[in-house]
Write a protein that binds this ligand. Structure first.
Ligand code: FNR
Length: 188
């Protein structure tokens, strides 16, 4: 089967290194994974006041997750956590109460930073959030990417062989994870 992967880029920056990383991941992924970005940039700030009447942007977000067999988060680290825009999108998707879009969804987390911590702290924070949202996370391999423009080209190609091999393996494992989860918990 082909698996539909909805991916989130946690950055709204027009020059996002995480967007470049997402291109590399899509290039290196197994051919039976089909990727669609789930945009987060035009969502209003979530409030429970919306729960009875979600705005169109938030309905689209929930429908996009509903159409996905799995979700991939490619996120920067902001002040040792995830960017507010990404947390806001997750909050929207997790509600209204009883209609959590992430329930049992296969998920993976990765991120790039210019620093050597490579978004490790943000990813731990994101994992805690996704645990509460009852997503089925791939726990290993972890991937903390220190970005350099010599390695990651804008077109999504990867200039360093060991990095390319590592990211290829990450995506192969994600595919295995998706298949395992969906065998037990098929998406309706
Ligand atoms: C950062 N940056 C950063 N880097 C990091 O490794 N740990 C951190 O906690 C932070 N904190 C942080 C906060 C804010 C508000 C900004 C704007 C930046 C630097 C960050 O890694 C760098 O800006 C990346 O380029 C962000 O990823 P995108 O947006 O290019 O994908």
């Amino acid at each position: 089967p082909t698996y539909r992967v909805g991916y989130f880029v946690g950055s709204l920056s027009s020059t996002s290194i995480n967007r470049v990383l997402s291109k590399a991941l899509i290039n290196l992924a197994p051919p039976d994974l089909e990727f669609t970005e789930i945009p987060i940039g035009s969502l209003p700030l979530y409030s429970q006041d919306y729960d009875d009447d979600y705005p169109p942007e938030a309905m689209e977000l929930k429908e996009a997750i509903g159409r996905s067999d799995a979700v991939l988060f490619v996120t920067p680290e902001y002040n040792r956590s995830i960017p507010g825009a990404l947390k806001n999108a997750i909050d929207w998707a997790s509600r209204p109460w009883g209609q959590n879009s992430f329930d049992h969804i296969p998920a993976a987390v990765i991120g790039a930073s210019v620093g050597s911590i490579g978004t490790a702290v943000a990813q731990q924070s994101l994992r805690a959030v996704l645990s509460f949202c009852n997503a089925r996370q791939m726990t290993a391999p972890e991937a903390y990417i220190q970005f350099s423009p010599e390695v990651f080209r804008d077109d999504g190609s990867v200039a360093k062989e060991s990095t390319e091999a590592f990211l290829t393996e990450f995506m192969r494992e994600f595919r295995v994870h998706i298949e395992r989860v969906l065998t037990v918990l098929p998406r309706q």
